[in-house]
Structure formats: C-alpha cells, structure tokens
Ligand binder design. Structure first.
Ligand SMILES: *[C@@H]1O[C@H](CO)[C@@H](O)[C@H](O)[C@H]1NC(C)=O
Ligand SMILES: *[C@@H]1O[C@H](CO)[C@@H](O)[C@H](O)[C@H]1NC(C)=O
Ligand SMILES: *[C@@H]1O[C@H](CO)[C@@H](O)[C@H](O)[C@H]1NC(C)=O
Ligand SMILES: *[C@@H]1O[C@H](CO)[C@@H](O)[C@H](O)[C@H]1NC(C)=O
Length: 358
C-alpha cells in the first residue's frame, strides 16, 4: 500500500474518533436539554405531511393553567429557529390588566417587520395583536383549566399577593364571605384575577352581568378568534392536538413542567367548596364546558382512538427520556449557577420542578 494512502486512512480514523468524542461531550452539555428539536416529523404511523409547520403563533397565556409550561415550549421552538418573539418592555407581562396594545411590545414599529410569536401574559385584543403579528396565517391558541382546580391553585399561589385573598383565612372563608373580601369595583391588588380570570384574559368583563344571549355571543367570538383551545386536564392530548394542528414534530411538544408547586401543598376540595367555586366563577365555568366539548370534538375528528393512544405513548416515552437526561431530583439541571433552578438564555427563562400543574 502507498504510504500516503495509509496516512490519509489514519488521519480519517483519528478525525472520526475526535468527532465521536465531541458529539458525546455535547450530550453532556445540558443546554441540549432545552433545545429539543426534531429534524423530522414522527413518520412511523403518519403519512408524509402535506402541511408546512406554523411559524407564526399567538398564545394567550392564562393564569394557573400550565401555561408557563406551554410558553417555555414555544419559546424553545422560536429560539432554536431564530424566530422573532414579541417581548414586553418590562420583560414580564404586557400590562395584562389592560387590554393588549401594540405599544407594550419592545421594539414595536408601526411599519416595521412583523413578529412571529407572542407568548407572555396579555389581555386579549384582536385588533392590536394583528398590528404586531402581521402574518395572515398566525395560529391563535390558548389553554384553559377547570375553574375549581384553577381557583384552588390561584388561591394557594396568590394568597399573599392578591388583596382579596390576603384578608381571607382560607379558601372556604373567602368563598363564604366573598362580599366582605372582594370589591368588584376595585382595580387594585390584582382584583381582576379573583373572579372569572379566564373571562378577563379573553378581554371580557369578569364581573359583568351577561344575559344568556351575550354569553353565547362571547363564546362564539372566542371560538372564531382562536384556532385551538387546549385543556389543562388533558394536557398530553392537548400537546398531540397542538402539534398536529400546527404541523409540528412531536419532539417540539415534549415539555417540562414549569412553575408548578409541591404536591404536598395541594388541597382536597369538598363538594361544597367545589360548587361554591363554580358559582363564583360562573362565566369561566360556562367557558370551560363549552370549550371542553369543542376540544374533544376536534380530537376525535383528527385522530382515531388507536392513533391517539400511540401518539400519547410516544410523547410520554420522550418526556421520560428527557427527564432522565435533564433532571435530577425533579429539578431541571441545565441551570445557570446561582439562578435557583432557572435557566436563562436571551429573554427566555426556564424553570423545572416535578409535580402536577400549579
Ligand atoms: C406607516 O405607513 C403609513 C402608510 O404608508 C403612513 O401613513 C404612516 O405615517 C407610517 N407610520 C410611521 C410611524 O412611519
Ligand atoms: C416538597 O415538600 C416536602 C414536604 O414538605 C419536602 O420534603 C420537599 O423538600 C419539598 N420539595 C420541594 C421540591 O420543594
Ligand atoms: C385527599 O384525598 C385523597 C383521596 O381521597 C387522599 O388520599 C389524600 O390523603 C387527601 N389529602 C389530604 C391532604 O387530605
Ligand atoms: C370534558 O369532556 C370529557 C369528554 O367528553 C368528559 O369526560 C368530561 O367529563 C368533561 N369535563 C367536564 C368538566 O365537563
């Protein structure tokens, strides 16, 4: 054999070894934990997609619904594909106690280029959102949660920050004496999220008196504005439905749970308290029931029961894998030192704790 050939062969072998080592090292770099990007759609059971992945997304981030988990997943997607995300000027929320306005968006210019994604807390306002998300094919979606567990969670989480909750001894006490603790006219102390918070987030008056006709009209409007309304109680089904509707890969919707509380802080709700919560949040209760029905109708329309089960199994398997790779004792380990389990990159923040939603 020619010595030059041998040299080339040896060089090639060494390069191969180096490259393999580097790729192993990259596996150890936990930033990959938050950049879970699929190159191809899961095509095991699915015919090649005739759709193209949605790149323009409006996500209405609701309160105590698992929405932080969804938000982080969306930001991960946008970040890994260099999409243009609309960010609030204060980096936290778009002044969500007011109806959304384009002027709350950092670097917004009336005649500037369009943003691709919006995911931070805001109060829905279709006209202003269209100024920021100019693409006609922008996909509008949100997630809502059963009002009873939503309120139990909100009361526990906002106990010390919401004026109306602060004064009450317990959730039971609050519900029995709501008139004492809650002033519908007050605009202070996050009052707007105490009663019918979802109704409020959708841009309606959460303390208003609505006739049957007006409720039906509002639900119809919401149904027209949003391409999809997901349900926290069926989170995995929601992710499967979402990736299908947006023509995304299943890897894109593998999530970590974010901003969730310790299992032991969860309260059992009595029948009495549950029905009081439903009465208190009667508009949200109507909303939830309405969109629970449309959610299941859509799911059945798009998936056979067998295919749904298969996709759910794949999703759960992938999540388990991600958790073993990226979590330790339930904590997301791709964290920047000194940030208490939060991982920061650009404008994104990621936290992870095991457990159910908030
Ligand atoms: C944006 O474009 C419109 C139409 O061309 C123009 O009337 C308006 O003055 C522009 N606004 C700004 C802030 O440049
Ligand atoms: C959850 O609560 C339990 C019991 O109070 C405690 O031992 C555990 O450390 C908590 N876990 C976290 C992640 O805070
Ligand atoms: C809540 O109810 C469940 C099932 O009935 C029970 O196992 C659990 O111990 C209860 N938790 C508390 C904190 O009462
Ligand atoms: C939501 O819909 C599912 C499927 O039809 C049903 O099993 C469930 O009871 C519904 N939830 C509520 C709160 O109505």
């Amino acid at each position: 054999m020619h010595p030059l050939f041998l040299k080339t062969l040896l060089f090639g072998l060494i390069m191969l070894i180096i490259l393999t080592a580097v790729s192993f090292l990259q596996l150890e770099d936990f930033t990959s934990c938050y950049k879970v990007t699929g190159k191809t759609r899961n095509t095991d059971n699915v015919a090649a997609p005739s759709c193209s992945p949605r790149r323009n997304v409006m996500f209405l981030k609701t309160h105590k619904t698992g929405s932080t988990t969804v938000q982080n997943m969306l930001l991960r997607y946008a970040d890994s594909r260099n999409l243009n995300v609309a960010i609030p000027k204060d980096r936290k929320t778009f002044e969500a106690d007011n109806l959304f306005s384009a002027k709350y968006v950092d670097k917004y210019q009336e005649n500037g280029t369009s943003f691709n994604f919006i995911t931070h807390h805001l109060r829905f306002n279709s006209v202003q959102l269209k100024k920021v998300l100019k693409a006609k094919d922008t996909f509008y979606f949100t997630i809502i949660r059963h009002p009873v567990s939503q309120m139990e969670s909100a009361f526990s989480f906002f106990r010390r920050s919401f004026a109306a909750f602060k004064a009450a001894k317990s959730l039971e006490d609050f519900l029995k004496n709501a008139n004492k603790y809650y002033d519908p006219a007050s605009t202070k102390g996050n009052n707007e999220l105490v009663k019918n918070p979802a109704w409020f987030d959708f841009g309606y008056d959460s303390t208003g008196r609505y006739s049957e006709h007006e409720i039906a009209k509002a639900l119809l409007e919401i149904g027209k504005s949003f391409d999809l309304i997901l349900i926290t109680e069926y989170f995995d089904e929601s992710m499967i439905l979402l990736k299908e509707a947006m023509c995304w890969d299943i890897d894109d919707v593998v999530t970590f749970k974010h901003n969730s509380r310790n299992e032991s802080d969860r309260k059992n709700i009595s029948q009495d308290v549950a029905s009081r919560i439903q009465d208190w949040n009667s508009l949200d209760w109507r909303l939830y029931n309405h969109f629970n029905v449309t959610f299941w109708a859509k799911l059945e329309e798009m998936f056979s029961p067998a295919r749904l089960q298969e996709e759910l199994a794949i999703l759960r398997e992938k999540r388990k894998l991600l958790e073993t790779q990226c979590c330790e004792d339930g904590l997301f380990i791709a964290k920047k030192p000194g940030t208490k389990g939060a991982y920061f990159k650009k404008f994104l923040h990621m936290t992870f704790q095991k457990g159910e939603f908030g």
